[in-house]
Structures are given as structure tokens and as C-alpha cells.
Ligand binder design. Structure first.
Ligand code: ZN
Ligand code: ZN
Length: 51
């Protein structure tokens, strides 16, 4: 299927429908505030990478 794309938040590993920009409000706010240096806080499994 080609109905998804990466989340537009640079730090996020989720995939989202092509009709959406971000996987969550968390990513939207992070991207709009240019807070891309920190870990993604969307809470999805793909982003819960613990050190
Ligand atoms: Zn994420
Ligand atoms: Zn995301």
C-alpha cells in the first residue's frame, strides 16, 4: 500500500496517512515550535525507544 508516509516531525518514526501531516498533536506542536532536537513524545510504539 502507498497510502502512508513518514510523519512530518523530524524526530518521529511513525507513518501517517498521506492526508495527514503528523501522527499526533504532539508531533504537530513539536514541529511547529521547531523542537526537533528532542525525542518524539507522541507515545506511539515506534518512538518509544529507550536508551
Ligand atoms: Zn513519534
Ligand atoms: Zn509523529
Amino acid at each position: 500500500m502507498k497510502d502512508d508516509k513518514p510523519c512530518d516531525h523530524a524526530g518521529c518514526h511513525c507513518r501517517v496517512p498521506v492526508s495527514s501531516d503528523y501522527c499526533s498533536e504532539s508531533c504537530r506542536m513539536a514541529a511547529e515550535s521547531q523542537n526537533v532536537g528532542s525525542a518524539c513524545e507522541c507515545g506511539h510504539a515506534a518512538c518509544q525507544q529507550r536508551p
